[in-house]
Ligand binder design. Structure first.
Ligand SMILES: *Cc1c(COP(=O)(O)O)cnc(C)c1O
Length: 388
């Protein structure tokens, strides 16, 4: 008999009833150290008091009003994002997938309004932009698209990190390039700063728009507010979600005035996007992720990385290398990462697998150093159990 919940996930037999900081409590009362953070969502850990306060204060006032009216909480969050990024304007969504949909529409409308037939959006092998019909067409992998055709046309996937392929593809016919500065689902694959700079140069020369998908790598995850800041280049359009809501469903598309110029009244909308609850929480998340917080992320990342290098040295048959930036860390494994995830469950440690044989470690950005030490000890025991 089919489960009352559509069985589209391979779920672990675990259910959690409460959380605090980097720890989750399961139904049986046992505690788990969380290095998944809801897949880079709970950026400030579970039940952060300031976020609980922001959410409850807003809940007691006003949950929802239509975008037929001004929403002051939305305006405040948009202003905070504009103040701290390349962007001039923001549209709020409820998820990363919805952000992808708008980013695609925005790029297409930009060229339509200029009367140019530039329709192709260049994407990358291993990419993940969500599970909508548009987002799976953008990613193009067999795993995501099989059985769901006909696919939305207008996307072409390029090999990851191949500058010659980029140079050949970015012509005056390309509408946009859509790229994760660090691929998340694809296996914590970082695009070197020089490649991001090269991409910006090619796009500047041809007018091609750049869409950065920072749904997973954004909002402080790498030690900068947004990952592209490391390379010193900015996009024309950027997708944000996951961490921005700290666990409340919230996403956004940020854009320059120029890139957004086609999106006039009536061209896009959302019932819930930008609702007062989500925006009140998002504004508090951004307040908390200030420069001192980002500096601390980099320090924690250095501690974590050093510990992981030690683990690799201790378990050369299990682990191969560490990759990523800040607290978006990947451990390349010599065994199936799902096996490591299972062994870690036995140590009451939560990790997340990714493609390219990588185990993802995406802790809360405010994880205490003592929890990092504890996580490394548990990973060490999990690896020892696997090797035995
Ligand atoms: C998770 C993710 C998405 C999709 O976000 P949802 O909120 O699940 O719709 C898009 N892009 C990237 C890079 C992601 O990691």
């Amino acid at each position: 008999m089919i489960s009352p919940v559509l069985p589209t996930y391979n779920r672990a037999p675990l259910a959690f009833t409460s959380g605090a900081g980097s720890w989750l409590t399961a139904e049986d009362g046992s505690r788990y150290l969380d290095l998944g953070a809801g897949i880079a969502v709970n950026a400030l850990g579970h039940a952060h008091p300031a976020l609980v306060e922001a959410l409850t204060a807003q809940a007691q006032n006003l949950w929802h009003v239509s975008n037929l009216y001004r929403i002051p909480e939305q305006e405040r969050l948009a202003q905070a994002l504009v103040d701290r990024t390349f962007a001039d304007t923001v549209f709020f969504t409820n998820s990363g997938t919805e952000a992808a949909e708008l980013a695609i529409k925005m790029a297409r409308k930009y060229w339509y309004d200029r009367g140019e037939q530039r329709r192709e959006i260049l994407t990358f092998e291993g990419a993940f932009h969500g599970r909508s019909t548009g987002a799976i067409a953008a990613a193009g992998s067999e795993k995501m698209v099989k059985g769901f055709g006909p696919l939305m046309p207008g996307f072409r996937q390029l090999p990851w990190g191949d500058h010659d392929a980029l140079r050949a593809a970015i012509t005056r016919d390309a509408a946009a390039v859509m790229i994760e500065p660090i691929q998340g689902e694809g296996g914590i694959r970082t695009l070197p700063d020089a490649c991001l700079k090269g991409l910006r140069d090619l796009c500047d020369a041809t007018g091609t728009l750049i869409i950065f998908d920072e749904v997973q790598c954004g909002v402080g995850r790498t030690g900068k507010l947004f990952a592209h800041e490391w390379a010193g280049v900015s996009p024309d359009i950027m997708m944000v979600a996951k961490g921005i809501g700290g666990g409340f469903p919230l996403g956004a598309v940020l854009a320059t005035e120029n890139a957004a110029s086609g999106m006039v009244a009536g061209t896009h909308g959302s019932t819930y996007g930008g609702n007062p609850l989500g925006c009140a929480v998002g504004a508090r998340v951004l307040d908390l992720i200030d420069d001192a917080f980002l500096e601390a992320v980099s320090q924690k990342a250095a501690q974590f990385r050093q510990g992981l290098e030690g683990l690799i040295a201790s378990h050369p048959a299990i682990f191969e290398s560490v990759r990523g930036q800040g607290l978006m860390l990947g451990l390349k494994c010599k065994v199936a990462p799902t096996e490591v995830v299972k062994a870690a469950y036995a140590q009451h440690l939560l990790t997340v697998p990714a493609a390219d044989n990588v185990l993802r470690l995406l802790p809360a950005l405010n994880i205490p150093g003592s929890d990092i030490t504890e996580a490394l000890a548990r990973l060490d025991r999990a690896a020892a159990a696997l090797a035995a």
